[in-house]
Design a protein around this ligand. Structure first.
Ligand code: NAD
Length: 239
């Protein structure tokens, strides 16, 4: 039976359970970062659940079974051990039902469908964070992904963004990222603790939209800069 509380003398505090919704390149690296920290930090359950959009590999094996057997996401992050405490779960509703910390990291185009499936299926005290770069553009205007999550699920949603390429962080090359939070600094600090490692430096600022927009628009600028380089138009065109 898993413990839900830690006792420190007279005080009893919640032990947080983390589920990652998404298991591509970045979701797998997030699971590695988080799994290394939940083992070290007493305020988190060791186990990290990761919802995996089930895929059948060319070998005929299910991706979830291979992740749970080899501890590697062989399709999206080959050659990197995620941590023995990462459990791949193909059932979205089952993966989130006991969590009180949800990490959203699926590509943005799947988020509306994911939120529809999750509405009303989570614990009341759940906190979320989005690592997703992108936005929903509708006829009534653009909608940030953290807003979509907050509105559809009725939960608080922070963001974590940075100039982060998943493979480099998987190889433990130094990188940094920022948590954007709305009001609760304590929640932001919990996310900082959960993601931060000596090679992944995380800090927090009270600005969800600012952080999310910088993370999202950085990719647009990077693509444009790549076009300029590819067309050999020179640095003046780039800046
Ligand atoms: N890869 C990076 O270096 C990186 C870094 C920072 C942020 N991000 C952001 O993280 C998010 C995820 O990117 P990624 O690179 O991990 O993606 P990815 O391309 O590596 O993975 C795609 C994922 O989508 C899943 N998928 C496929 N069809 C699906 C469906 N119908 N419903 C739900 N899921 C489905 C796949 O199984 C896979 O897990 C993006 O918003 C991206 O901008 C990525």
């Amino acid at each position: 039976m898993e413990e839900n509380h830690i006792t420190d003398g007279e005080e009893t505090a919640t032990k947080y359970k983390v589920t990652i919704v998404g298991s591509g390149n970045w979701g797998s690296v997030a699971s590695k970062l988080i799994a290394s920290n939940t083992l070290k930090l007493n305020s988190f359950h060791d186990e990290v659940r990761m919802w995996v959009f089930e895929e059948i590999l060319p070998t005929g094996d299910k991706l979830t079974q291979i992740i749970n057997k080899t501890n590697e996401n062989v399709k999206y992050l080959h050659g990197i051990k995620l941590g023995k405490n990462v459990v791949a779960d193909p059932d979205l509703e089952h993966a989130v039902k006991d969590a009180n910390m949800l990490v959203f990291v699926a590509p943005h185009q799947f988020m509306e469908g994911i939120c529809k499936r999750l509405a009303g299926k989570m614990k009341g005290d759940v906190q979320a964070i989005s690592l997703i770069k992108g936005m929903e553009v509708k006829t009534e205007g653009p909608c940030m992904i953290s807003t979509l999550i907050s509105k559809q699920l009725g939960i608080n949603c922070c963001v974590l963004m940075g100039a982060n390429i998943a493979d480099g962080i998987a190889q433990e090359k130094f990188s940094e990222a920022t948590v954007g939070y709305r009001e609760d600094r304590e929640v932001a600090q919990r996310w900082v603790q959960l993601f931060g490692t000596p090679y992944f430096h995380v800090s927090a600022v009270q600005d969800v939209e600012g952080v999310e927009l910088c993370g999202t628009l950085k990719n647009v600028v990077a693509i444009a800069a790549g076009f300029v380089d590819g067309m050999e138009m020179g640095n003046n065109a780039k800046v």
